[in-house]
Design a protein around this ligand. Sequence first.
Ligand code: ZN
Ligand code: ZN
Length: 383
Amino acid sequence: MATMASKRCYYEVLTVTKTASDDEIKKAYKKLALANHPDRNPGDQSAVDRFKEAAEAFEVLSDADKRARYDRHGHEGVSGRGHAGGGFQDVGDIFDMFGDLFEGFGFGGGRRRGGAGGRRATQGDSLKTELTIDLLEAAKGCTQPVEIKRRELCGTCSGSGAKPGSSAATCDYCKGHGQVVQSQGFFRVQTTCPACRGEGKIVRDKCGDCGGSGRNSEKVKLEVRVPPGLDNGMQLCLRGEGEPGLNGGPRGDLYVEIHVKEHHLFERDEQNLICHVPITYSQAVLGAEVEVPTLDGKQMQDIPPGTQSGEVFRIRGGGMPDPRGGRTGDLLVEVHIEVPKKVSDEQREVLLKLAEIEKANVSHHRSTFFDKLKDWFTGETSN
Ligand SMILES: [Zn+2]
Ligand SMILES: [Zn+2]
């Protein structure tokens, strides 16, 4: 929890002036809340913190009374009243208070707004699955079927969990709220009701098909559209393909983790692809046109005379597309001089001849090299 001293000025948090109108404050908060919305920043704790900080600032500055107190006495003037004292502990509380502001933005607006009977509409659980594709599918994009197990509302009891003809009774322990307030020393803590586990209802006559849970596990087949360029380990989010919500809450999402199979010709390095192509000694010395594989089939690549083993030739745009819409990567063709394990009689004859010529040409260099080597082992220095 942030201490008083470390709290930022609420006007600064919302980037508005001290004379900002209610409308300006609302606009500024909405902008911040949407940018740091948990749905847009899954797993990003700093976004959650900014989201909470903005909500705390907005709670105070949007209320004329609290704002006046804050202007006069600073953070102390509004501490201990509402959420503003210690900030929001739970993102769900923010949706409860300001959920209406988010409507129409494609988010689960009032993710957990209070339902008709005082029970909260809760978003269903999100699910995760994996999908393995090959490199070519990753490069071009594809549509693939996935099969998941998902709990769906029981058709027999329509999700109530009660035997048809009977109905669930309101939980006595929490009076149907699903939440109970417990005192722990100085603190009052709101927790999920242990008797009904937050459902607000107790089923006495259980539905035979779902055992009272209101849900049945089902196998569901879905088509997943994979956009071009996704890399190993990236995740796709299928909105609303998770489990159904409670009390009219929205469905959860389905996260699909992508695995890209290794390819026998191409190695991926971010957006670039690397391909190792063998060439012969004579091709390296004399230059050649060699056939190289690309994502779109074969292509001829010019190898200039005097090419060294390990040299890289770049085919622009021959790599992977950027899933974020940036530049497509390149194909890096790395050539390697291959030494044959076996040669024909004719090749041997030519090579012997070559060796003879090379010996005649380089004997001087070779002798100095071997002299140096000898000195190295005997420890003598030579110039
Ligand atoms: Zn049922
Ligand atoms: Zn209860």
